[in-house]
Design a protein around this ligand. Sequence first.
Ligand code: OSB
Ligand code: MG
Length: 388
Amino acid sequence: MNDLTIERIELRLIEMELTAPFRTSFGVELTRPCIIVTAHGGGLTGWGECVASQAVSAEWAFYSYETVETAWHILKDFLAPALVGRKLSSVEPVVELGERLRGHPMARAGLEAAVWDLLAQAEGLPLADYLTKGQNYSQPRRDRVNVGVSIGIQSSIEETVKNVAGYIQQGYRRIKLKIEPGWDVDLARAVRREFPEVLLMLDANSAYSLEDASRLKQLDEFNLLMIEQPLAYDDIYEHSLLQAQLSTPICLDESIHTPKHAEWAYELNACRIINIKAGRVGGLHDGRAIHDLSLKRGKSVWIGGMLETGIGRAANVALASLPGVTLPSDISASNRYYRQDIAEPPFVLNADSTITVPAAPGIGITVIADQLEAYTQREVVISASKKQ
Ligand code: OSB
Ligand code: MG
């Protein structure tokens, strides 16, 4: 591929209303703010989504330390100005730029995603093919990715069972329930009794401590696919002590920020499974690296979600097409999240609980300009000419 110059980067802070509130052990989300990154170069436009999703509000509670404002600052003042005007033939220079920062993975990942989309388009390849190009996987990538649905904390167990039934009716074959202390064993028992066959897993979002081991051990009887992130968001070691006491596989989400963290977690037997989110690990490049090292070790991975718009979802679908993604991913149909998305066509669920990987070049969706405009609260353009 010929070098492509990044001529201009746009940042848009948007906020979209969720179809239903999403409650986790750390808080409730009614709307989802995020930053949409646009990279222009070589006559093409690349789109990326930064999944930092905390706006300033009375209800604040964090998945990680990044907020839309910290990400805006990092993107606007550091990453975008350093990238505009540069010639690229791969994402490596963007990855290296990100490595000059300590932390801020979501900000990095948002920009990297826009460049991945741009470069894949320049190659005339769907992102899923561009991600696998030259990787020498022994298996081909998938055309359809296995998916499930993540269900927030509801007002009652009855309500949850009804909700689960609805999603199973729609065709979802893997159900993830958010839990917290007191909303766990009885919930799992009730849902398992009602749906003996469904692939069922729980996500604690760091709500427990090692003292809760005996309570968590009670979950072993429900034939769960895994329990996600029971302990602290920055812990690996104590998860290894917990995993030794549980027969249910532990899956790490919040604790894994780099390929090294993944290695350490596997070496310590802190988990048997890792949930890969490009935003949490600094981008698709390192997300793919975690996939690769997991595949080498025979460890199962899947792709997590952050309630993305169609832009972020498209990149997640491409990542989920990698051959080592052997467990269903948190990528639901577009209508599970938003009434009106900013990209088309919407992602729909196939009858076999899969989502089809787009075949068009890049992330393979079209951004609906009017819709994006309608949701935009703030916008900034960083262009090469303005560079000091
Ligand atoms: O822990 O996986 C999580 C959403 C926001 C923050 C954290 C998490 C989630 C989800 C949503 O579970 C999954 C999805 O996008 O469908
Ligand atoms: Mg999680």
